[in-house]
Design a protein around this ligand. Sequence first.
Ligand code: ZN
Length: 159
Amino acid sequence: MSLSDDLYRETILDHYHQPRNHGVIEAPTAQVEGVNPLCGDELTLYLNVSKDGKIDDVKLTAHGCSINMASGSMMSEAVLGQSVERAREIIGSFKEMMLSKTDTAELVDDLEDLEALRGVKKYPVRIKCALLPWNTLLEGLNSANPNAPGTATKTFTET
Ligand code: ZN
């Protein structure tokens, strides 16, 4: 095992043991239940998206494997305070890294923590564990209703 594998493992375990932005938002502008039946990962994502298109708050509760929990924690840190537009860019960049056949996909700037999840590509069955929080976020951004908090609830299932 290389030194970088060790560092990546440490980053993942740190997020797994101390998930960032863990919790619930009352009357969020979007709420999405995400499920990955293959592994049994489940999470609930809460978003507050402002009328001018900024992610003011993001919280999640999750019951999943370490990859899933760590990915959700990293995702919440990456998009909190960002514009919806920028968040979509980050989602696209992360998914490209995880799904590209080659290993040349570069992440957009300032997302070094997410590099830790690149190693998951070695275990194809776990890629969906890493993607679930991001696809759930995408569903949340698509369904968010800043004019009627507490009304937009959705589910997303990895297939
Ligand atoms: Zn999993």
